[in-house]
Design a binder for this molecule. Structure first.
Ligand SMILES: CCC[C@@H]1NC[C@@H](O)[C@H](O)[C@H]1C(=O)O
Length: 599
């Protein structure tokens, strides 16, 4: 678990320099990088862009599909004025694991390819000189790691990723690398909770610092006017006649913390926050005590060329597409996204269900992808897996807890909850995570096709339900879709007739669709069929008042492993991979822009 995950800033006490650009890169299939001294750089490097996944740049399949150890290295200068500061390297995401060396000295390792980590390099750098950072990385998949999968060794000795999940195992330094200089005594975390009414809002704050010193706090509106102040490492900021953060009508205040030691400021940290509350009440999702109906998508961080890398250009386009279509939410399926995505959503007034990369915890999925057929939670890998799972839940919540856009936490995608062996795992997961979020936002996980109201053994855990349902595609497809609708209604009738009164959000449903394929009457894969399927689901959603959200799979087509079920990736996108609309986009736009917010 990381001590602090505050987003890097530059101010009068701190400096943030991005080290993005071309790094030296080299595969290490023999796993001899350390022995060969690659910790201080290596010969014949490939010049590799950062941030980026390495896979799609290559023209040969061995390189694109490479699984195992690989190295990055980069020279960087540390100016003398950083002397006396804590000097750090912050990696936004190193997928899936990394060991960091600076000037040949091993600094630290990190497991988990979708969350940031910081290496303190103060004792390893040479001030006023050029230094070199080297990372030994590895992208193998294992059943006791997130995301879950296997790594096969082919007869030719090459390793191959065998994901238990349906997205490509893009690997590398997928997010920015920052060189940071912060005061040795510094603010390393803060949290906020809220109480709001029409005429007053109260921000309950707390600050974590390396020293027990005084703290001054101020809150400024969008025009820079200070609207509230406080002192102390915890306290309240009371705002009269506040402008609340609303869905699709965002307003951001700037909170500023100053660490005061010996009567003078020694550190400062500012951030944008939104005054709003999140509640689940009966089968309603409430923002600022008002009911919200979610419409949006499951997404992926996925685009051509740079793979899983965060790309500000793609994010700007995706946010505009979601605005155009009338969306107000998305799930960060199936991993925490780059921090800049949450900042975007904070400003756009979009709600995020933030998901940890606990995906592939289902052998049936693995069997679809070539694994065994048993209960995943009977495996002998579960104890080791859980340590990594809860660690990444802790870091996801620590990193993202102060974003007004974060609505809820998804602790797993489509786990196998149809057997009793899942119950102790989820009991521990929900117990260990219940106090991690100061705002106590709802926690949930997605329920797969097989984990129905009747079959799942874990319905007692989620604060609201995320249903991934595929009648019309994975079963009762084509002309049989009417039976699919009947089955869906039958399950929802069971929910309706039960004593459960919690919201249900459909977090996945859809049909693979080849853009430009038209057929009258429809056939599967045609644009007409994708609309027919969405229309069927909409009819069902409109029949049950406890359905409080619709998020079809997926915003855009995305890359997966090759296979006889995929045509160059998953084509369930409402938009193509290059972000152009299929006919279904206009169908959804018409529906979503006509729905009131609290539909
Ligand atoms: C029946 C499971 C559906 C599955 N759910 C998880 C997503 O990551 C996949 O892309 C999606 C699919 O196969 O389209």
């Amino acid at each position: 678990m990381e001590k602090g995950l505050l987003y890097p800033v530059t101010n009068k006490f701190r400096e943030d320099q991005k080290l993005d650009g071309l790094w030296d890169f080299k595969f290490d299939p023999a796993e001899q990088g350390e022995a060969k001294g690659w910790t201080t750089g290596f010969d014949d490097p490939i010049k590799m862009p950062v941030p980026a996944s390495f896979n799609d740049f290559f023209t040969d399949k061995d390189s694109r599909e490479y699984t195992g150890d690989f190295w990055y290295a980069k020279k960087f200068f540390v100016p003398t004025y950083m002397d006396g500061k804590a000097i750090q390297l912050r990696f936004g995401a190193a997928t899936h694991r990394a060991t960091v060396y600076v000037n040949g000295k091993e600094i630290r390792s990190h497991e988990g390819g979708f969350l940031p980590f910081t290496a303190d390099i103060s004792d390893a750098v040479k001030l006023g000189k050029e230094n070199i950072v080297a990372l030994k990385m590895n992208n193998e998949l294992h059943r006791d790691a997130l995301p879950a999968g296997d790594t096969a060794t082919l007869k030719n000795g090459k390793k191959m990723a065998k994901p238990f999940f349906d997205f490509y195992n893009y690997s590398g330094l997928n997010r920015s690398v920052h060189l940071l200089a912060v005061p040795k005594e510094n603010i390393y975390d803060y949290s906020t909770t809220y109480e709001v009414s029409d005429d007053q809002a109260t921000v309950h704050y707390s600050v974590e610092a390396t020293k027990d010193a005084d703290v001054k706090v101020s809150l400024a509106d969008e025009d820079g006017n200070v609207v509230a102040t406080s002192e102390g490492k915890s306290g309240d900021l009371v705002v009269k006649n506040p402008t609340l953060w609303q869905v699709r009508d965002a307003y951001l205040y700037t909170i500023k913390f100053e660490l005061i030691d010996g009567g003078k400021a020694v550190d400062e940290y500012s951030d944008e926050i939104g005054l709003r509350t999140i509640e689940i009440k009966g089968h309603e999702i409430l923002v600022n005590h008002k009911s919200v109906y979610l419409r949006g998508f499951g997404r992926h961080e996925d685009s051509i060329y740079a793979g899983r890398a965060f790309d500000l250009n793609v994010e700007r386009r995706d946010m505009n597409l979601m605005d155009w279509i009338g969306a107000n939410s998305f799930r960060s399926s199936h991993y925490p996204y780059d921090e800049q995505v949450y900042k975007f959503a904070d400003r756009e007034g979009i709600l995020i269900t933030d998901e940890v990369p606990a995906v592939g915890f289902k052998m049936a999925a693995a069997s679809f992808l070539g694994g065994l057929d048993q209960s995943f939670f009977d495996g002998d890998w579960i104890d080791e897996l859980y340590k990594k799972h809860i660690d990444q839940v802790r870091d996801m919540i620590k990193r993202d807890k102060n974003h007004p856009s974060v609505l809820a936490w998804s602790l797993c995608n489509e786990p196998d909850t149809s057997t009793d062996s899942a119950v102790p795992y989820f009991t521990k997961l929900f117990n260990d995570s219940k106090d991690l979020d100061p705002e106590k936002r709802p926690r949930t996980f997605t329920l797969n096709e097989d984990d129905t109201f009747e079959k799942s053994k874990c319905l007692q855990f989620p604060d609201f339900y995320l249903l991934n349902r595929y009648p019309g595609w994975y079963h009762k497809w084509g002309y049989e879709i009417s039976d699919g609708e009947a089955g869906l209604r039958a399950e929802l009738d069971e929910w309706k007739n039960s004593d459960i009164d919690k919201p249900i959000v459909f977090s996945e449903y859809g049909a693979d669709t080849e853009p430009g394929l038209h057929k009258l009457p429809s056939i599967m894969w045609s644009e007409e069929y994708q609309i027919e399927l969405l229309d069927m689901f909409d009819r069902v959603f409109d029949s049950y008042d406890f359905v409080r959200g619709e998020q079809p799979w997926n915003l855009a087509d995305f890359q997966t492993v090759e296979g006889n079920m995929r045509v160059n990736g998953n084509k369930k996108g409402i938009f193509t991979r290059d972000r152009q609309p299929k006919a279904a986009a206009f169908f959804l736009k018409k529906r979503w822009t006509s729905l009131p917010l609290d539909y």
